[in-house]
Design a protein around this ligand. Structure first.
Ligand code: ZN
Length: 367
């Protein structure tokens, strides 16, 4: 199947009162537009993904399946630019999606493409929960709620049919279904998703349910051991002793998350008298805790880390450690801060016999 997806992320977000355009704001651990890209890749439905952005330089993706192109003035211009870009690839089906809807499911993508087998346009839609009125000149009419559709994206089309309508469009449309409805073409409506809302106002991405957690850890440094910090190997004369690999950063983060979730501590979840956990790598301990976090619909606001050691110098390894943590936690790097703190050569830490770490995390719950 030759199927493409166009993700529109070039809006000016006039109603979204923020210094940076909506699509680049962090929502549920990462920039809004990233959610659509990740789901598209995970669905394995698309040979080609086109991200239409107002500012391609801002896009941090490196994947050969994804092309980033510059958008136009209005949504309809950007959509047409995406279609023109795809023209040369011999695409059979195309889905068009607004990046401002990050909460759609992969199942919806599959339902849309399945329905394209016997339709030229497939649109997810919901009935309105509110009563609807319609104004023509000065007169107000009641609309029957059960016969009114609120259309969502992604919307799915046969490429050829959509392209022909799109290049002839005159009015500035707000979704591609409009082109088919206006020209009396058959549109198949399927059930949309209640949580596939369009993020429009900054309130839509703010959660008021915030929690904080604190973590602390210290391990002794011993010879002939590899030093692991933040999930990666750090070249050093000694490594951290412990029941596991002694990664003080990951242990502190794990404890801080458990604190924010109000779920006791790392020792309760991974008792050191249990041989199952002997020599376990710390990313393996962190993983089920992150799964617990995401299952509960909790997402990070930020993580602040103090690594307390005389050596190694944090500044030499900061970028690598942050990259590793972002990957392990599945969050944007901008949410992590790592500080290095020496102790004026005092005590065990000062004599390079131990490394300690403290962490504070802030998380939010989204319903
Ligand atoms: Zn530890």
């Amino acid at each position: 199947m030759n199927c493409a997806l166009i993700i529109l992320a070039s809006g000016k977000s006039k109603r979204f009162k923020s210094k940076i355009p909506k699509q680049y704001n962090i929502y549920k651990n990462k920039p809004i537009y990233i959610h659509s890209i990740e789901k598209a890749l995970n669905s394995k439905l698309f040979n080609k993904i086109v991200l239409v952005s107002d500012n391609p330089k801002r896009i941090k993706i490196n994947d050969k399946r994804i092309s980033v192109i510059k958008g136009g003035k209005e949504r309809s211009d950007s959509s047409l630019l995406g279609l023109r870009f795809l023209k040369k690839f011999n695409i059979k089906n195309v889905l068009i999606h607004d990046a401002a809807r990050p909460n759609f499911s992969i199942k919806l993508l599959k339902d849309l493409t399945k329905n394209l087998k016997s339709n030229i346009a497939v649109i997810p839609a919901l009935n309105s929960r509110d009563s609807l009125k319609y104004k023509i000149k000065n007169k107000i009419y009641n609309l029957n709620r059960d016969n009114s559709y609120l259309t969502q994206t992604p919307q799915a089309f046969r490429f050829k049919d959509l392209y022909e309508l799109a290049i002839k469009q005159k009015a500035k449309i707000t979704d591609e279904a409009t082109l088919f409805v206006e020209t009396d073409k058959k549109v198949k409506f399927i059930k949309g998703e209640n949580n596939n809302n369009k993020i429009t106002f900054i309130e839509d991405i703010n959660s008021t349910k915030n929690f904080m957690g604190i973590g602390f850890d210290i391990h002794k440094l011993v010879k002939n051991k590899t030093l692991f910090l933040g999930g990666i190997k750090i070249p050093f004369h000694s490594g951290l002793q412990g029941h596991s690999d002694g990664d003080v950063i990951l242990h502190s983060i794990t404890d801080a998350i458990l604190g924010a979730l109000r779920q006791k501590d790392i020792g309760t979840h991974f008792p050191s008298n249990n041989n199952k956990f002997k020599n376990i790598r710390s990313p393996k301990m962190l993983k089920p805790i992150i799964e617990k976090l995401n299952k509960g619909n909790f997402y990070f606001n930020n993580i602040d880390i103090n690594l307390i050691c005389e050596k190694p110098r944090v500044s030499n390894h900061r970028n690598k450690i942050i990259k590793s943590l972002a990957k392990l936690l599945d969050i944007d790097e901008s949410l992590i801060n790592l500080k290095g703190k020496t102790v004026e050569k005092l005590g065990l830490i000062g004599k390079e016999k131990a490394i300690a770490c403290e962490v504070i995390v802030s998380i939010s719950k989204y319903d």
